[in-house]
Design a protein around this ligand. Structure first.
Ligand code: F6P
Length: 326
């Protein structure tokens, strides 16, 4: 029999080695419990009728799925039990959710179930989260944090059963769920230098709606790399982290129906773009927005702010950033 190191054991050692407190362990334990519950509801979702619509429209004007509501409630429940969270930003709530404004220590930004188009098929979706900390040294302004101020960010791919998490200046790590529902076997991820495995990932239907420079970049580069697109950020980015290459969701500016343009991009900065950008940086990669600005440097003005996103291997991000700045 072989026994693998569990995520919690890994984290205990990590906290000890970096002289960190136990507060973060309490928060991570809650996030793990939430992910296991979401995993369970998703796996049984087709049988229990939970993979359909909830007959609700969210703050982004999108149809809400029953699983979105279930996953959101699960996460909020577990965050409340910790006593460590100041407030939470969730894709599923128009307002910031106060939890323990006085005594809390962390801010958490999350999308409990990202990748809606996969839900009715039971195919991979993601639970993404970013964590920032109260300013312990001075006055706390409670402002929303830029990604570079996150202390950790991660994603569960559901129901695949993986957790990928990055800790500030301590790398990006991947764990797999085992038969006892523990996440085990830490493997440190670094984007491969060799271009042999690199992939490009974007919604090809949109390619003629991108601005000229991006369309030209695609034309010039698309034959060099394999193309893969699942339509769920967590799943698509999961591949890029091990294979290298680039995931992008550019701004849509040339749509034949101008109402469908998205000049600010589609993905949400705080709980999608900054989360994957943080993981990518810790794995040796990078991420920029439509202006070539590093995603991690963008300070949100609004907690549901959208952004265009280009994330992946450094040479590709540097190259596209040049095209974006032109
Ligand atoms: O923001 C939600 C999301 O589902 C992401 O997970 C995914 O990368 C993207 O939207 C897919 O969008 P589209 O269906 O337009 O390709």
């Amino acid at each position: 029999m072989e026994f693998e190191q569990t995520f919690m054991n890994f984290l205990l050692h990590h906290q000890e080695k970096h002289n960190r407190t136990y507060h973060f362990l309490i928060l991570m334990d809650a996030i793990l419990s939430a992910a296991k519950h979401i995993e369970h509801y998703y796996l049984t979702g087709a049988l229990k009728g939970n993979l359909g619509y909830a007959n609700k429209i969210n703050v982004q004007g999108e149809d809400v799925m029953s699983m979105d509501v279930i996953a959101h409630e699960i996460v909020i429940h577990y965050l409340r039990t910790t006593g460590r969270v100041i407030h939470a930003v969730s894709e599923e709530s128009a307002d910031i959710i106060p939890i323990n404004e006085e005594g809390g220590r962390y801010f958490i930004y999350f999308d409990p179930l990202d990748g809606s188009s996969n839900v009715s098929h039971g195919l991979p979706v993601g639970f993404l989260f970013g964590i920032a900390k109260r300013n312990l040294k001075g006055p706390e302004d409670l402002h929303l944090r830029a990604g570079r101020e996150y202390i950790a960010a991660g994603m569960f791919v559901i129901p695949t059963g993986t957790l990928t998490i990055a800790f500030r200046e301590a790398g990006t790590w991947r764990f797999h769920i085992d038969e006892t529902m523990n996440y085990v076997k830490p493997v440190r991820l670094m984007l491969p230098d060799s271009q042999n495995t690199w992939e490009l990932s974007f919604n090809a239907t949109n390619r003629y709606t991108y601005r000229e420079g991006v369309q030209e970049w695609v034309k010039k580069n698309e034959r060099k790399y394999t193309f893969r697109y699942l339509g769920a950020l967590a799943g698509d980015f999961h591949r890029i982290l091990t294979r290298g290459g680039m995931f992008m969701y550019p701004a849509i500016v040339n749509h034949p129906d101008p109402k469908k343009n998205r000049p600010d991009g589609k993905l949400r900065l705080m709980y999608e773009a900054s989360v994957v950008a943080f993981m990518c940086r810790e794995a040796g990669g990078d991420a920029v927005d439509e202006h070539g600005t590093p995603i991690l440097s963008i300070k949100p003005k609004d907690h549901h702010q959208r952004t265009a996103l280009y994330v992946g291997s450094k040479p590709l991000i540097e190259d596209i950033a040049k095209a974006l700045k032109r």
